[in-house]
Design a protein. Structure first.
Length: 541
């Protein structure tokens, strides 16, 4: 069967579009299922209790101190966190430059195979090919779509100026057309895959299976066309019996039955690779952005080289090499500190914005634990969660009995990924079991970030959380965010018996860079150096 560059492009583009739509649909259904299971009383679900295979293992849980045992903990240091952020950014930029340089060298050999390698031409092509670093970094650090678009526009203009400067004769229209085709289509595909909340979390994991399903449908149509060309006797009678549209639909959809099991196995293999730390969230996001760009270059090269155009995908080999280096670089050391995140539910937009700015930075230093909810589903979904839900086994993750709590926490993934970041671990709880899980998480946490924006006295869950936090002696600090709507008198009453330096209250009526920096500084500040503050009904510092 003939697979021209046009057909391959169609398969890739259609798979990306279906992946984006499927990600939104799956995220919506996941939130509905979470909401139903959270409010279900214990005993409604008859699913067998599933304790996930420990991704870090019980031994690692003990080493991290989440089993309740005491163990040496790494010191909280804001400067170290900032340094880790810069190191990660520099590493991603260097990796991007290696990929872009490799692609430029390969493309130079493809375009002019008979001429000596021109390093000036390679340098220009490297700058042009480097553009995916912008959306890749933007996805990693959760930049806004507007910021990514502006930076891409500026890079486009820079590339245009460099090409015009290096050209023997000025051809601005041709340069614009070249850059538009080189950057425009893959940038749109990356935006569809990675720049939405649901797609960022889900699309990179769904894309490989959906490419397979689209390919299966195209193969089915090719088989139909081949049978029509040969005027197969049994096929000629089908349209009269079933109708032409039904026959075409059958050859489009029925191949899915053949592809379903192997592609489902692909999804499960991805989930296992993530659970075993062969892959990380960051490596998959970063790799997806670059894979889309290199796929587009491979299609361009295939127009002259045929199957040899796949050589343009070779620069992706830098990614597993980088993971191997990272695995050696980030060896296990002292126990990482643990941050517990609490919040007022049904304040999704505010909590998500805080998560994007503060928690993503914290993950460079330590573990993050929380009670799962629909508000942060798009931020905490990972490959294991996605394929567990697709398999219909989400209910098995919920804690139905207090005796299950320790086993669930022992299964937390507490090791640093090869990209230098720690993962987010959640307890899935029914309305009747979350308080037991909260007690266990508080005992095992070092610092707490609690978002009380919009809190009112009728938020009984938050009042219970405040009371538990005020009693626990092992906490370094509790950083609480409040706004003008927060019922400060009710909160002050709930923590009246706490140690004077336990709680740090910050006015978060307006979220900006200054507040984010202060939140991070308070989370990393030693307890004895924290700014003492006791909440008064009149205000918050």
């Amino acid at each position: 069967m003939d697979y021209s560059t046009g057909k391959l492009a169609f398969i890739g583009i259609l798979a990306v579009v279906l992946t984006a739509l499927g990600s939104w649909l799956l995220a919506w259904r996941y939130r509905l299922a979470m909401r139903r299971l959270m409010s279900a009383p214990v005993g409604v679900s008859r699913a067998p209790v599933m304790v996930a295979v420990p991704r870090a293992g019980i031994a690692e849980a003990k080493a991290a101190g989440l089993d309740g045992a005491s163990s040496p903990r790494a010191a909280l240091d804001f400067a170290d966190n900032r340094r880790a952020g810069w190191q990660l950014t520099i590493a991603l930029v260097v990796l991007s430059m290696l990929i872009a340089l490799s692609a430029a060298v390969l493309q130079n050999r493809v375009l002019v195979p008979d001429e000596p390698l021109s390093w000036k031409r390679v340098a220009v092509l490297t700058v042009v090919h480097l553009w995916p670093a912008i959306p890749a970094l933007g996805v990693v650090w959760r930049w806004s779509r507007g910021r990514i678009a502006v930076l891409l526009g500026m890079w486009f203009l820079l590339c245009f100026a460099i090409i015009q400067w290096r050209s023997v004769e000025s051809m601005p229209l041709q340069s614009l057309a070249y850059l538009g085709l080189e950057i425009g289509p893959p940038a749109l595909l990356i935006a569809l895959l990675l720049l939405g909340d649901a797609t960022r979390a889900i699309a990179p994991w769904l894309l490989p299976p959906l490419i397979g399903f689209v390919w299966a449908s195209i193969a089915g149509i090719d088989v139909l066309w081949l049978l029509v060309e040969r005027r197969s006797p049994w096929l000629m009678g089908l349209p009269a019996w079933l109708g032409a549209h039904t026959v075409m639909s059958a050859f489009t959809v029925l191949p899915w039955l053949i592809a379903w099991w192997p592609l489902k196995a692909v999804g499960r293999a991805l989930a296992r690779a993530y659970a075993r730390k062969h892959l990380s969230e960051l490596s998959v996001l970063f790799g997806t952005a670059w894979a889309v760009s290199l796929f587009w270059q491979a299609l361009s090269a295939a127009s002259s080289l045929g199957a040899g155009g796949t050589v343009m995908l070779l620069p992706l080999l830098w990614l597993p090499l980088a993971l191997l280096v990272g695995r050696q670089w980030y060896r296990r050391g002292a126990r990482a500190p643990t941050l517990l995140v609490l919040r007022v539910f049904r304040r999704d937009a505010e909590v998500q914005a805080l998560f994007d700015t503060v928690i993503e930075r914290w993950r460079l230093t330590g573990n993050t634990v929380l009670i799962a909810g629909t508000d942060l589903a798009d931020r905490t979904l990972d490959a294991d969660d996605i394929f567990t839900f697709i398999d219909g086994r989400l209910a098995e993750r919920f804690i139905r009995d207090p005796a299950e709590v320790d086993a669930r926490i022992a299964a937390f993934d507490l090791e640093r990924d090869s990209d230098g970041r720690y993962r987010i671990n959640e307890c899935y709880c029914h309305d009747t079991t979350w308080q037991v899980a909260l007690d266990a998480l508080v005992r095992r946490s070092d610092v707490v970030l609690m978002d009380l924006r919009g809190f009112q006295a009728h938020n009984a869950g938050c009042l219970h959380e405040l009371a538990v936090l005020s009693r626990q002696s092992g906490l370094q600090r509790v950083v609480v965010l409040a706004d003008a709507v927060s019922d400060r008198a009710a909160a002050a009453s709930a923590v009246a018996g706490a140690a004077p330096d336990r709680f740090v209250w910050l006015d978060a009526s307006r979220i900006g860079a200054r507040l984010i920096a202060e939140v991070l500084q308070q989370l990393f500040m030693p307890r004895t150096a924290a700014a003492p503050s006791s909440m008064q009904p009149a205000g918050v510092r």
